[in-house]
Design a protein. Structure first.
Length: 211
C-alpha cells in the first residue's frame, strides 16, 4: 500500500520539511542554540535547496530536453513545448531568483557583525582589504559567476523562451525566423550557464572547505 504522502507532491514536500523540523529539534536539544550560528546555517540550507532546483533544471534542459527534442516526432513535440517546458521554466527562473537572493542574505549574515561588509568583500574579490584571501577570492568568483548566470536566466533566457513557446499567447504571430533566433539565443545562453555552473560550484564548495 502506497503511503498517502507519496500520492501528492505537495504532501511529500510538506512531509520532507516536517522531517527536517524533527532533525532541527534534535539540533536544538543537543547543542547550545545561537542566533549567530543558526540563522546563517538555516539560510545556507534554503540557498542550497534553491540552487539544487535551479541547477538541476538547467542540467535537465541541457542534458535531457534539448537533445531529445531532435528525436521526438513532430506530432509529439507540442506536449513538451506547451506543457512541460513552461512549467519547468517557472521553477527554473524562480529557483535562480531564490538562490541569488538567499546567497546575498547569507553573505550579509556571515558578516561580523552582521553587515554589508562581508558581501562587499566577496563581490570585490577581497580587493578592499588590499591583499589576497584565497577563501574570499574563491567565494567572490563563485558569487560573480552565479550572478551572471542569474542575469542570463531572467534577462536573456526567459524573455526569449517566452517568444519561442508563445507563453501567455503574447507572440502568436511571431515570424518563424524570429522564433528560431530567439531559440538560438536562449539555447546559447543556457549552454553558457551550464559552462559557468561547473567552476561556480567548484568555487563555492572549495571556499566552504577553507578555514
Amino acid at each position: 500500500m502506497i503511503p498517502a504522502i507519496l500520492l501528492s507532491l505537495r504532501n511529500t514536500v510538506i512531509a520532507g520539511f516536517v522531517l527536517a523540523f524533527l532533525v532541527f529539534l534534535l539540533y536544538v536539544f543537543e547543542t547550545e542554540f545561537s542566533n549567530y550560528v543558526f540563522w546563517p546555517f538555516f539560510v545556507r540550507w534554503l540557498h542550497i535547496l534553491s540552487g539544487i532546483m535551479w541547477i538541476g533544471l538547467l542540467y535537465y534542459f541541457n542534458f535531457v530536453q534539448t537533445p531529445m527534442m531532435r528525436k521526438i516526432p513532430d506530432e509529439l513535440k507540442g506536449g513538451v513545448s506547451r506543457f512541460i517546458a513552461p512549467e519547468a521554466l517557472f521553477w527554473f527562473r524562480w529557483g535562480a531568483m531564490a538562490t541569488i537572493v538567499l546567497g546575498i542574505i547569507l553573505a550579509v549574515l556571515n558578516g561580523s557583525p552582521q553587515s554589508l561588509y562581508y558581501l562587499a568583500q566577496a563581490y570585490t574579490i577581497d580587493a578592499i582589504e588590499g591583499f589576497i584571501d584565497l577563501k574570499m577570492m574563491l567565494l567572490g568568483i563563485g558569487m560573480w559567476l552565479g550572478t551572471i548566470m542569474w542575469f542570463n536566466v531572467w534577462f536573456v533566457i526567459w524573455p526569449n523562451q517566452q517568444k519561442v513557446l508563445n507563453i501567455g499567447n503574447a507572440w502568436p504571430d511571431l515570424p518563424t525566423d524570429q522564433k528560431a533566433k530567439a531559440a538560438r539565443i536562449s539555447g546559447l545562453y543556457s549552454r553558457v550557464n551550464t559552462l559557468l555552473s561547473i567552476p561556480m560550484l567548484f568555487c563555492m564548495v572549495s571556499a566552504a572547505h577553507l578555514a
